[in-house]
Design a protein around this ligand. Structure first.
Ligand code: SIN
Length: 275
């Protein structure tokens, strides 16, 4: 396994392994890379949808996203798709997957299936580094707060995606989502403190109104999206990214209009989060 850093504080690129063959100690080594570095991009993978699912099961289990189109005959795989004539994309704002679940997904495994000739990169940001950068006073305040997360404003039949050209892509299921998590979470594996709010799904602090919450939420979102905490994954045919949803945010660049992009995503089962 050859490992190169993508940025000083976040992300590694891994070559020289095939995920379809990884198990036991070799799989544990890859897991350690993802937990320590937030995201790992593996190059030159030959991974069929069945092998993608089998790998996720070996990692520890799959959380099916009930809102995304599967459309490929594999219900475990969410298809993150943008057509040539589509304007908006999925995941185009900073977010972490499934924070609206009581037990949020541990992470995601995203496989490049069809790529635009250029563009369509994915940016990641380190929530451990963002937290570390805050003053002791703000850390103390945040340490006593919990926040309410939901995806209803996005995925409900009258939600954000229904008003965009993605409407036909989503399953539009009338499912209600709501979860409350500490604003600062201790990472279940590394023990590092991480900022656990995000721009897409965090509505307000528990016991605060949305109006009261917005100024502080906006500030934290600005901190979390600073360049210095980021790394960029430039996709190539055969690339697969595995990231830790507790330790990172991500954002899918929407800069390849007129071209099709298709990614296969599996979300990995997580564990309860605690302060
Ligand atoms: C996602 O938000 O999970 C998808 C990211 C991407 O398509 O690059």
């Amino acid at each position: 396994m050859k490992i190169n850093k993508l940025a000083p504080g976040l992300g590694v690129e891994i070559t020289g392994v095939q995920m379809s063959e990884l198990e036991g100690e070799a799989l544990n080594s890859l897991k350690a890379q993802v937990y320590e570095n937030g995201v790992a991009v593996l190059r030159d993978q030959e991974l069929s949808p069945d092998q993608h699912i089998a790998f996720a099961k070996r990692w520890g289990g799959i959380d099916v996203n009930p809102f995304f189109p599967t459309n490929s005959g594999w219900p475990e795989i969410a298809e993150v798709r943008k057509a040539e004539d589509q304007k908006d994309n999925i995941g185009g704002g900073w977010h972490t997957d499934h924070s609206f679940d009581a037990i949020p997904a541990m992470g995601s495994i995203l496989v490049a299936r069809e790529l635009p000739p250029v563009g369509g990169d994915t940016l990641f940001s380190s929530m451990g580094a963002a937290y570390d950068s805050l003053s002791d006073g703000l850390k103390q305040t945040l340490g006593s707060l919990r926040a309410v997360h939901s995806a209803d404003h996005i995925y409900q039949p009258d939600g954000y995606y229904s008003k965009t050209d993605l409407a036909g892509e989503m399953t539009g299921q009338d499912l209600s989502t709501r979860a409350v998590h500490p604003v600062v979470v201790r990472h279940p594996v590394t023990g590092r403190k991480v900022l656990y709010i995000n721009g897409a799904f965090t509505l307000h602090f528990e016991g605060w109104t949305r109006e009261e919450s917005l100024p502080l939420l906006r500030y934290l979102i600005e901190v979390g999206s600073r360049d210095e905490f980021q790394c960029r994954v430039q996709w190539q045919p055969g690339s697969v990214a595995i990231w830790d949803n507790r330790a990172t945010w991500h954002l899918a660049m929407n800069d390849y209009h007129g071209h099709r992009r298709v990614m296969h995503r599996i979300t990995l089962t997580g564990e309860p989060l605690a302060a």
